[in-house]
Design a protein around this ligand. Structure first.
Ligand code: FES
Ligand code: FES
Length: 173
């Protein structure tokens, strides 16, 4: 029986065993290989994607449970690497081997969507399930703070755009 859902805004229909993990479907059926296999038992976070905006472990998520839902993978974060998290990741030069990084980024994006200006403790809590064998934890924390700042600046600019120009020029008298 076909299972229907969207991936990065695009409708998908797959005819696979309903128990097949979402990670297998993403990588092997849809040929999107940005999401990684690490442990297969929800312990490392390499396979993190979003379902309806929440970060989940796709290695233990049966495809049948995704019917009618919206999946976002690392390929769907932005078309041109312009998302604040992606820009901050590049500026801080976070990755080493890179294997864990798509999962790290998906968890970080979910965190910032919920908590735009997280504290160190909130970052540590949200990222605790994402393991990095290269030990990039400090850089990840720095990049999340940087992205939060960019997010805030973008919001401020958007608000400034709403202010009537004569007010910015000294006020309408
Ligand atoms: S591969 Fe899914 S948590 Fe490790
Ligand atoms: S960058 Fe190598 S495992 Fe995280």
């Amino acid at each position: 029986m076909a299972i229907r859902f969207t991936v990065n805004g695009k409708a998908q229909s797959v005819d696979v065993n309903p128990d097949m993990p979402l990670l297998w479907v993403i990588r092997d059926t849809l040929n999107m290989t940005g999401t990684k296999f690490g442990c297969g038992v929800a312990l490392c976070g390499a396979c993190t994607v979003h379902i309806n905006g929440a970060a989940i472990r796709s290695c233990i998520t049966p495809i049948s449970s995704v019917e009618g839902k919206h999946v976002t993978t690392i390929e769907g974060i932005s078309p041109d690497h312009s998302h604040p998290i992606q820009r901050a990741w590049l500026e801080v030069d976070v990755p080493q081997c890179g294997y864990c990084q798509s999962g790290q980024i998906m968890s970080a994006v979910a965190l910032l969507n919920k908590t735009p200006n997280p504290t160190d403790a909130q970052i540590e809590g949200a990222m605790a399930g994402n393991i990095c064998r290269c030990g990039t934890y400090q850089q990840i924390k720095e990049a999340i703070h940087k992205a939060a700042g960019m997010h805030g600046a973008a919001k401020q600019n958007a608000e400034l755009d709403q202010i009537p120009q004569d007010a910015l020029a000294g006020g309408a008298e």
